[in-house]
Design a binder for this molecule. Structure first.
Ligand code: CU
Length: 157
């Protein structure tokens, strides 16, 4: 019992130490759209909140040959995706990656992403003094939330 208490206090002080010295990136509601067999690309979505100004400068996932950040916009009724090299996250300001907007594109998929599967994604952030940190995310493959995506997109046509 005594050693358990000591271990706990060590863990707490380590946690405080890391908050004091590194930018923290909060990730919420990470999910991936399940794919059909043979589908070459998939997309991941999540809410990101950084505690200080950082940029996402690199991404990777073991399920994809290439992982990129994309933006999406509607021009002349056509959805266009553009690669975003660096995505800026302002301190305390949540950025939502969602269908029809920013998304993480999983390219050259190595296998089908089935509903219920957990997909690992790593983000590399860089703060204003150039310090890099890697954030590991577990995104769940699940059908898109009712309120999103296709329903909204179709309304623009
Ligand atoms: Cu894309």
């Amino acid at each position: 019992m005594k050693s358990w208490i000591i271990n706990l206090s060590v863990a707490i002080s380590l946690a405080c130490f890391s908050i004091a010295t590194h930018a923290e990136l909060k990730v919420a509601d990470a999910w991936v759209k399940p794919t059909v067999p043979g589908q070459p690309v998939g997309a991941a979505y999540m809410k990101l909140t950084a505690d200080k100004n950082v940029e996402i400068v690199a991404l990777s996932s073991p399920v994809a040959g290439k992982t990129e950040l994309h933006s999406m916009s509607m021009t002349d009724n056509i959805m266009r995706m553009k690669r975003v090299d660096r995505l800026a996250l302002k301190a305390g300001k949540p950025v939502e990656l969602k269908p029809g907007g920013y998304h993480i594109m999983l390219m050259a998929l190595k296998h089908q992403i089935k509903e219920g599967e957990t997909v690992a994604i790593s983000l590399v952030t860089q703060d204003e003094s150039g310090n890099k940190a890697t954030v590991s995310i577990k995104a769940i493959a699940t059908a898109p939330p009712e309120s999103d995506s296709d329903a909204h997109m179709h309304m623009h046509h």
